[in-house]
Design a protein around this ligand. Structure first.
Ligand code: ADP
Ligand code: MG
Length: 329
């Protein structure tokens, strides 16, 4: 399959804001290593999952891919075009093709606007639809696509009159109205009631097929990721530690961190035995990430080498990459 997105050596360091005293006593500028040298490709039509504990750099990666933040280093190619080299009209054209669905539908929708105005906004910005009737037709079509029906019941409602699930459907309608090719969905169901999560995920799968979408699906929840995604990348402290087809990764996780995350996911079959690695310790500090392998302070298998030398991201099996000294040749 053709790559839609190719990410190469992407880095984003945020300067740490310091108080006056620490500025006087320490001259050294400090940075949060939010994304610290990440490379991967997303093929057309894929649901590419990016998973890891909170603070590991998932949202920042998603925002970089849509150029909502500028990188410190590295490139993102969208259909072969480096998005960080675009400006003006070219950038505007690319922006139409990539959209984001945010975690919190309570914050991402303007409380003072009606559903109709919220969904209409991208049409106005990109001057789509010849007249009001044509715009309204597109809005109707989108409300139907996200199953807010009949559309006339929703058009003039405000976000506070909707449930969490309905709000996220409005946010999805707004994201797909320009018929984008690529969507970054940043934990789109984590704020929703467990009972409605599956229906939103199923809607996303349906829309992907209907509108030929490709997703980057960000989550801290491996059970959701393994349900939805065909590829999975595991992130730890700004770096990818493992990447592969979801089935390979879930059945045969290689990195101790991936094993640890998968051990925490409940298995429906109680007779099923798998290697258990307990989650221990806490995510390290992204301002001063540990030397060597960043996971070594939490890793039950860490050796001196792991404490000193950073492992390469190696392809161990076909399409299955891991950054761990246990798997270096
Ligand atoms: P995740 O989505 O995996 O929880 P984020 O990408 O939000 O992780 O954050 C990664 C790290 O970068 C965190 O330590 C976070 O505090 C920091 N960070 C994120 N955005 C900013 C910002 N705008 N300024 C400073 N630090 C930030
Ligand atoms: Mg996040």
């Amino acid at each position: 399959m053709d790559p839609l997105i190719r990410v190469e050596g992407l880095k984003k360091l945020f300067p740490v804001r310091k108080g006056l005293l620490s500025m006087i006593f320490s001259r050294k500028a400090e940075y949060v290593h939010a994304v610290d040298g990440v490379s991967f490709t997303i093929s057309k039509g894929e649901i590419f999952g990016l998973a890891g504990e909170s603070g590991c750099g998932k949202t920042t990666t998603g925002r970089l891919l849509l150029r909502l933040v500028e990188p410190t280093e590295g490139s993102v190619y969208f259909e072969g075009e480096d998005i960080f080299s675009l400006s003006g009209r070219e950038l505007m054209r690319k922006r139409r093709e990539m959209q984001m669905i945010f975690q919190d539908p309570y914050k991402s929708l303007d409380p003072k606007k009606t559903v109709k105005d919220i969904i209409n906004e991208p049409l106005s910005i990109h001057k789509i639809g010849k007249n009001r009737r044509e715009k309204l037709e597109i809005i109707y079509e989108m409300l139907e696509a996200v199953k807010l029906t009949p559309p006339e019941d929703y058009l003039f409602k405000y976000p506070h009159e909707l449930s969490g699930g309905e709000r996220q459907r409005v946010a999805i309608a707004r994201a797909i109205i320009l018929k984008p090719k690529f969507i970054v969905a940043d934990e789109p169901v984590s704020m929703l009631d467990v009972s409605i999560r599956a229906s939103i995920l199923d809607l996303m799968i349906e829309l992907k097929d209907k509108f030929n979408l490709t997703y980057l699906y960000i989550t801290h929840d491996l059970s959701v990721a393994s349900y939805l995604c065909n590829k999975l990348a595991i992130m730890y402290l700004g770096k990818l530690v493992e990447l592969g087809a979801t089935l390979d990764l879930v059945k045969d996780p290689l990195h101790p961190y991936t094993k640890m995350l998968i051990s925490a996911v409940p298995v429906p079959d109680p007779t099923y035995k798998r290697e258990e690695i307990r989650i221990r310790g806490e995510v390290g500090n992204p301002i001063n990430p540990p030397p060597g392998c960043r996971f070594h302070p939490r890793c039950p298998f860490a050796t001196d080498k792991c404490r000193e030398i950073e492992p390469d991201f190696n392809e161990v099996k076909d399409g299955h990459f891991v950054a761990c000294h246990l798997f270096q040749s």
